[in-house]
Design a protein around this ligand. Structure first.
Ligand SMILES: CC(C)(COP(=O)(O)OP(=O)(O)OC[C@H]1O[C@@H](n2cnc3c(N)ncnc32)[C@H](O)[C@@H]1O)[C@@H](O)C(=O)NCCC(=O)NCCS
Ligand SMILES: Nc1ncnc2c1ncn2[C@@H]1O[C@H](COP(=O)(O)OP(=O)(O)OP(=O)(O)O)[C@@H](O)[C@H]1O
Length: 360
């Protein structure tokens, strides 16, 4: 199953995109709806909220007064943090139940406003961002939805910055135009990338030879407002990071023991990024943004180099597949090249099997 995380700042248009998925028969789990369900009258989570924020967050008939809670919880960082600490375990448990119900679906969408804030990016094969600059979102929320301006501002302030969302997401749909334009952009993304990715994952194979073909994701339009020339290099570095995080998450779930010794992308990893230690097998130098080749360099391959003990090989390969990466070409010897099933991503993973991971 292709797991897609759908996110965006408040008022970006996630619901509109979620409807496009639903219209194509894709099950959508809406985190906001789950958050409502777990605080229905009588639920323990509701009692915890009243204990922390006071009886004023309850209406006379014992239901949650959502506006009152929003006022208190979004007033400062501590309130927002405590709200999350109370809500998220219950939301997580209910979400896992709903996901299990759709275990046989070829694709599943999780609409999560706080995907980036809660560090969930590596849980999905692909994260899709609906992108609208904050001032335009504020305008839409207040003018069209009638939301209180102070409330909208407070939530925007508590949410991730646009740059953090660009780094965490694999594909981006800009919603600064008309709803019809958003629908058209979604249709193109579906045809070119989402449907082929799901089909490839179901068939347990890379999507196409183009996947291993050094092509840069063309729908990463570049962050709004970022210098156009820096977008490809930054995008590739972030791609390396995201693939690495997915692999590590998949291995952790599998109990496999592998060492990601290096991640590299032409354009370099930007300083402060969690590039694993070790030598770069080609392209940029981990941790060194100055070693960037031309940003429009045609070789946009991202390489992750992995070491594992032979007895762990099967589990490590299973983790690779779970993260959406498949053998692209069998080479003689211990190394295998892997390609992502997502034709919009570019990666080669070198898997080295060695008796002692530290000496390989
Ligand atoms: C505070 C509550 C009761 C206000 O309810 P209200 O009906 O006004 O808003 P609703 O739930 O429809 O959320 C609308 C939007 O607010 C934003 N938002 C909600 N919670 C948060 C939060 N903790 N931090 C930042 N933004 C948030 C999101 O963009 C969301 O899409 C509600 O938002 C809530 O229970 N929030 C905590 C649960 C949560 O984390 N939800 C997000 C799911 S990941
Ligand atoms: N392209 C657009 N042009 C104009 N208005 C739009 C566009 N897309 C969405 N809107 C409006 O902006 C508001 C927010 O959209 P929507 O509810 O889809 O966002 P959301 O990301 O799901 O919001 P939330 O974060 O609150 O869940 C709505 O009033 C919607 O009608």
């Amino acid at each position: 199953m292709l797991r897609i995380g759908l996110t965006g700042g408040i008022g970006a248009g996630k619901s509109t995109v979620a409807r496009e998925f639903a219209d194509r028969g894709v099950p959508v789990i809406d985190a906001d709806a789950v958050a409502r369900e777990v605080v229905e009258p009588g639920r323990p989570t509701l009692a915890r909220l009243a204990q922390r924020f006071g009886p004023e967050v309850l209406t006379a008939d014992g239901a949650l007064d959502r506006a009152a809670l929003a006022r208190l919880a979004f007033a400062d960082d501590t309130g927002t943090r405590d709200l999350g600490a109370i809500m998220h375990p219950a939301i997580g448990a209910r979400t896992r139940e709903l996901m299990a119900r759709h275990a046989d679906a070829p694709m599943l969408v999780h609409d999560v406003p706080l995907l980036v804030e809660n560090g969930l990016s590596a849980d999905y094969h692909l994260c899709l961002l609906v992108d609208v600059p904050a001032p335009m979102r504020l305008e839409r929320l207040t003018a069209q939805r009638g939301m209180d301006s102070a409330d909208a501002r407070a939530r925007i302030e508590r949410q991730a910055a646009d740059e953090e969302r660009y780094a965490a997401c694999d594909a981006l749909l800009s919603n600064t135009g008309t709803p019809a334009e958003l629908t058209a952009a979604f249709g193109a993304l579906w045809d070119r990338r989402l449907a082929p990715f799901a089909a490839a994952l179901a068939a347990q194979r890379p999507a196409s030879s183009a996947a291993a073909n050094h092509s840069a994701p063309s729908d990463y339009g570049g962050p709004t407002g970022a210098p156009a020339e820096s977008a490809p290099a930054a995008m590739r570095a972030h791609t390396a990071q995201r693939l690495a995080a997915r692999l590590e998450r998949a291995w952790a779930a599998d109990g496999a023991s592998a060492e990601l010794t290096s991640a590299s992308a032409p354009g370099g990893m930007t300083p402060g990024e969690a590039a694993p230690s070790g030598s770069a097998p080609g392209g940029g130098t981990p941790g060194d943004a100055t070693a960037a080749p031309a940003p429009d360099a045609p070789d946009a391959t991202v390489r992750l180099r992995v070491r594992a003990r032979p007895e762990q090989a099967a589990a490590v390969r299973a983790g690779l597949r779970a993260a959406g990466l498949f053998p692209a070409a069998q080479r003689p010897g211990p190394a295998e090249a892997f390609a992502p099933a997502d034709p919009g991503l570019c990666a080669a993973v070198e898997l080295k099997l060695s008796p002692d991971p530290r000496s390989a």
